[in-house]
Design a protein around this ligand. Structure first.
Ligand SMILES: *[C@@H]1O[C@H](CO)[C@@H](O)[C@H](O)[C@H]1NC(C)=O
Length: 144
């Protein structure tokens, strides 16, 4: 217990004390200890999807990526497409999803990307998506 606390103190609670006009302010002196540069996988919170999938060949795999019409979902779809994975984007807004698909395919004409309507807040939508996906005959290797 004593060791654990001293480890926590060493790694998380080292601060500089800055004296600002408002008074003394504690500033972490080792932010890298709170967000380690690399974990056991060799990657960290600042690693990109491209770095994490470098050298991987996803040809023949199919992934369903939910929420792919924005943010991290879009980036996930783009990078899986870059690695040869057939990506089925489950999107609430099919117009937005098709736009994302066009953008990805413009950058990488080999990308296999489909956009299908999916609203995870609606069980009917989930069932319809699942039925449509099953009838496509594609395998499901990755679900995100
Ligand atoms: C769907 O996406 C399109 C294109 O991004 C946008 O113009 C439209 O407002 C969106 N519709 C809804 C209901 O959010």
């Amino acid at each position: 217990m004593k060791n654990r606390w001293s480890w926590i103190l060493r790694n998380f609670l080292e601060f500089y004390t800055l004296t600002l006009p408002v008074g003394p302010v504690l500033v972490p002196s080792k932010p890298a200890a709170i967000y380690p540069r690399k974990g056991a996988t060799g990657f960290s919170a600042s690693s990109t999807a491209e770095e994490a999938t470098q050298g991987l060949d996803g040809t023949g795999l199919t992934a369903i990526v939910t929420g792919a019409s924005s943010g991290i979902g879009t980036e996930t779809a783009r990078v899986l497409g870059l690695r040869g994975v057939h990506v089925v984007m489950g999107v609430r807004n099919l117009t937005a999803g098709r736009g994302v698909k066009e953008t990805i395919v413009r950058q990488n004409p080999n990308a296999k990307i489909d956009a299908m309507e999916l609203d995870l807040s609606s069980m009917a939508s989930v069932r319809k998506f699942a039925a449509d996906f099953k009838s496509s005959g594609l395998p499901l290797n990755i679900l995100m």
